[in-house]
Each structure stands twice: as structure tokens, then as C-alpha cells.
Design a protein around this ligand. Structure first.
Ligand SMILES: [Fe+2]
Length: 290
């Protein structure tokens, strides 16, 4: 499916960085500098999204958006039931998970899938994969999600009815090269019905650009972890400025292109355990007509 081969392999520098992160995490925990394990605390970040042309029947629709759990050495599988309970307690109409379920290693896959199966929403729970899900065996991650009857969107869309209207929930597989992202978005969104409300889940936030060409209404993405270090908060209409801005066009928060909205969540976890002014979060988006 990818036009350019770019699978994110688990390379030596990834291993070294991962090992250094784990050591740093253990040292900081011993010194009591990190008081809570990642995954124990996160904020519920609410946004109102005003979308041009949103049918009145979909006004008030809520989407809970989680991403970047990175279940592994830092976010342990035993934290997942409490995370799942907190997300279910939001009572969103739909739940979207934009990837990096596990951190490098499929030994964490079974408990992760088992816990994610506990997420519940009337319009469904949808997952896409991130780069870390491919570091060990990505196809096995897809198979495990499907075997547990979970909706994993691999360059496709599902159509779900709500109050007489339809929502096309599309999702793309992991890609980061712009040519690949555009190709996968074409595949996932190209066949969607023109009258449907179009929601796209992508791990990489740069999916906004091709999504805008397809008239997607809302894109949800993760991957950046918000940069994990933010130096200036979103003020006076400016975007936050942090480490994420060095690498990503869309690093954290709300962006628009043409009439397409994008929300990039700071996510729940990460391979590196520290954050500065960039708390772990679950987003809750409430949709209204512009
Ligand atoms: Fe991630």
C-alpha cells in the first residue's frame, strides 16, 4: 500500500534511546522527582469545534480522543483498566484512538488489546496504528485487534448512522512520508459518501493537508506528544511553542486548513517519561455548526 518504503524499524539508536529513557525514568522515580507513574494522571482536555456545514442532527456530538499509550516499560499494562474506566466515564458518543498502542514490543500486546476491548461508546471505538506499533510486528497488532472484534481502520472507512445522518469514520495506517500519507488518505476517504460527515484518524498530524483536499471535516492525530516540552502556552491566538515545533508542522492543539479542522493531542504516554507544561491528556471534542 505504501508508495515509498518507510517502515519504522526498531534500529540501534532507538534501542539506545529507549534504554536511556528507562534508566532516566527509574532514577527519577527513585529520587521521587517523578511522583506518579505515567498513565496514573492525565487531564481531560475539552474543546468545542465549530464546523462549517455540520448538519444540525450532529450538533453536540462528542468524541473522546486518546493516543500514544505506549504500553510497555513506562506505562504498564496494569494501569490500563483505570485509564479505560476514566475514558468510559466521559460518556462520549464515539471514541478514537490514534495509535502507538504499545511501545516497541508485542509482549505487551495481549493485555493492551484486552484492556482496550473495555472501551465503550454508542457510535463505536476506532483505532489506527502508529510507528511504535510497527517496531516489533505491526501486522500482528492488526490481527490481535481484529481477533478481539475491535475496529482497526487500515486505509478504510466505516459508516455509522446517527440521528438520521451518517458519519464516515476513516483511518490510515502508519506513514510519515507526505507521498505515502496522501496516498493512504486517498484510499481511506476517496470512496466516502459526499453527504457524510467525514472524520479521519491518523497517527501523523500531517494527514491534515491531503484530508483538506478530500473535504474531511475533522482530523484527529497524535504522534507528537505535544513535543512533551512546551515553552509558551497558546495565547493571543498563537499556537503553543515547544520542542514539537522543531519537527512538526502541526505539533499540538487545533489547526485548520481550508474548511478542515485538525486536533493534535499531547497523548497519554511516550517513550521518554518527562513532560514540561505539556500534560498527558485525553481530548474531548464537542461538535457544533459554525
Ligand atoms: Fe507516540
Amino acid at each position: 500500500m505504501l508508495l515509498i518504503d518507510e517502515r519504522d524499524q526498531w534500529k540501534t539508536h532507538h534501542r539506545l534511546r529507549h534504554r536511556a529513557s528507562i534508566k532516566a525514568f527509574r532514577w527519577l522515580s527513585r529520587k521521587n522527582i517523578i511522583k506518579a507513574r505515567p498513565g496514573e494522571r492525565f487531564r481531560i482536555q475539552r474543546h468545542t469545534v465549530r464546523i462549517a456545514g455540520l448538519p444540525g442532527e450532529l450538533a453536540g456530538l462528542t468524541i473522546a480522543h486518546l493516543s500514544d499509550l505506549h504500553v510497555g516499560t513506562i506505562i504498564r499494562p496494569e494501569f490500563l483498566p483505570s485509564i479505560v474506566d476514566k475514558i468510559n466515564a466521559i460518556g462520549a458518543d464515539l471514541i478514537a484512538n490514534t495509535g502507538d498502542l504499545i511501545d516497541h514490543d508485542n509482549q505487551y500486546l495481549a493485555p493492551t488489546v484486552e484492556a482496550l476491548a473495555g472501551l465503550e461508546a454508542p457510535l463505536g471505538v476506532y483505532h489506527v496504528l502508529g510507528n511504535h506499533d510497527y517496531r516489533d510486528d505491526g501486522p500482528a497488532v492488526i490481527d490481535a485487534l481484529r481477533a478481539a472484534q475491535l475496529n482497526v481502520l487500515v486505509n478504510e472507512h466505516h459508516r455509522v448512522a446517527h440521528r438520521g445522518r451518517h458519519i464516515a469514520v476513516a483511518g490510515i495506517d502508519w506513514a510519515q512520508h507526505p507521498v505515502n500519507i496522501a496516498h493512504l488518505v486517498d484510499h481511506a476517504c476517496g470512496q466516502a459518501n459526499g453527504d457524510d460527515f467525514k472524520l479521519l484518524l491518523a497517527h501523523h498530524p500531517h494527514a491534515l493537508d491531503p484530508a483538506a483536499e478530500h473535504g474531511v471535516h475533522l482530523v484527529l492525530a497524535g504522534h507528537t506528544h505535544g513535543g512533551q516540552f512546551v515553552f509558551r502556552k497558546n495565547r493571543h491566538g498563537r499556537e503553543s511553542i515547544g520542542l514539537g515545533n522543531f519537527k512538526f508542522r502541526y505539533a499540538q492543539g487545533h489547526y485548520t486548513r481550508h474548511r478542515t479542522h485538525l486536533y493534535v493531542t499531547s497523548g497519554l504516554g511516550g517513550s521518554f517519561p518527562l513532560r514540561f507544561r505539556c500534560p498527558a491528556e485525553v481530548g474531548v471534542l464537542e461538535l457544533h455548526p459554525a
